[in-house]
Design a protein around this ligand. Structure first.
Ligand code: 13P
Ligand code: SF4
Length: 339
């Protein structure tokens, strides 16, 4: 868990002042705000109102890459800022805080991961986007949860064996769906790992008319009870399209802002993060995403501090697997449009 606490709440008056300051600075600095669904509602709203994006990690990468602004301000966690820099070396990439880590990234240090890969040269190395630039530089493929199953199916059809890192739950889920030969790294997300299967089953019994939608970083016991499993964007789509009026949501509660917009009138319930008598640490909200706030966003736009840098030789190597991800995602989109 991070040593830095989330920024203190600010008054309504101060929020209004910060919002208009940020809007002015975004224009003056030729900057666009690229935000993840898990960050504070104020930041999501600002991204919407200023022509930025609020998206899953794949769409954040694609949006930043396609946008003409000279500065990308990434409100999320470090790997998202690094991905933006890997893809856009000519752009300035700023983040409200450079302290926003991710337990998956922290759980897969390059110093341990590289020798692990070297010990398994017969496997294609597929890493989740939630990793450092150094880890991406050692990978054959980068992938996000929205296309992970499709990519592994594709590699399996080519007869490849896979080395998967870092999320153990997502790896187990993909292995189960695709039947691919996968060697799994053992790290988890501090938020999703805390969802509890038994407590979820009890909540389902209380609400038999509710659908369960879950992010695949959740444990198998939770995914076994889910009606829909998908990336953050896919869960929002599901909330909109499912016939059920009640939804139990197993992902970070930051997503509720966009989910309510997509599925107005539906009842959204947070999946339980603690069983009888137990306590949760992250309580369905990523402590690193929570470090992004109006005040530090305004500050970086004003001063240009918190710029993301990726060492050039690492960046060039990491670009290969990251660009493959975007190209593979584009090929899926093309195929879907052609169908
Ligand atoms: P998505 O790619 O689904 O947005 O997931 C990113 C993430 O960090 C989930 O915890
Ligand atoms: Fe990482 Fe989990 Fe936070 Fe996503 S929610 S950024 S996987 S720690």
């Amino acid at each position: 868990m991070p040593a830095t606490p989330p920024p203190p709440p600010v008054s309504e008056e101060e929020r209004t002042r910060l919002r208009s300051r940020i809007k002015r600075l975004l224009k003056e600095r030729d900057a666009v705000l690229v935000a993840h669904y898990y960050v504070d509602e104020d930041l999501q709203r600002l991204a919407e109102e200023t022509g930025g994006c609020v998206a899953d990690s794949l769409e954040m990468a694609r949006f930043g890459n396609a946008h003409p602004a000279r500065t990308l301000v990434v409100a999320g966690v470090r790997f998202m800022g690094e991905t933006a820099k890997i893809l856009n070396p000519e752009k300035r990439v700023l983040m409200p805080t450079l302290q926003a880590e991710c337990s998956l990234d922290l759980g897969c240090p390059a110093s341990l991961f590289i020798p692990f890969c070297d010990a398994h040269p017969d496997r294609q190395v597929v890493v989740y986007s939630n990793t450092s630039a150094e880890v991406k530089a050692r990978a054959d493929w980068v992938v996000t949860s929205s296309i992970a199953v499709k990519l592994i199916e594709h590699l399996k059809a080519r007869g490849e064996k896979i080395l998967w890192a870092p999320d153990r739950h997502l790896g187990t889920y993909i292995q189960h769906v695709t039947g691919a030969d996968m060697l799994l790294w053992n790290a988890t997300c501090v938020v999703h790992d805390e969802f509890k299967g038994q407590a979820l089953a009890a909540l389902k019994r209380q609400h038999p008319d509710a659908a369960v939608i879950a992010h695949p970083e959740s444990p198998t016991a939770v995914l076994d009870l889910a009606d829909v499993i998908g990336s953050t964007s896919q869960l929002i789509e599901a909330a909109k399209n499912l016939p059920q009026q009640k939804l139990i949501v197993a992902t970070d509660r930051g997503i509720f802002y966009k989910m309510k917009q997509a599925a107005p009138g539906k009842i959204l319930m947070a999946a339980p993060t603690a069983g009888e008598g137990a306590t949760c640490e992250s309580c369905a909200h990523c402590p690193w995403m929570a470090m992004n706030a109006l005040a530090n966003l305004a500050e970086v736009l004003e001063t240009g501090t918190n710029e993301v840098h990726v060492e050039e030789t690492v960046r060039v190597k990491a670009l290969r697997a990251t660009q493959r991800m975007l190209d593979f995602a584009a090929s899926i989109r093309q195929k879907n449009h052609g169908d």
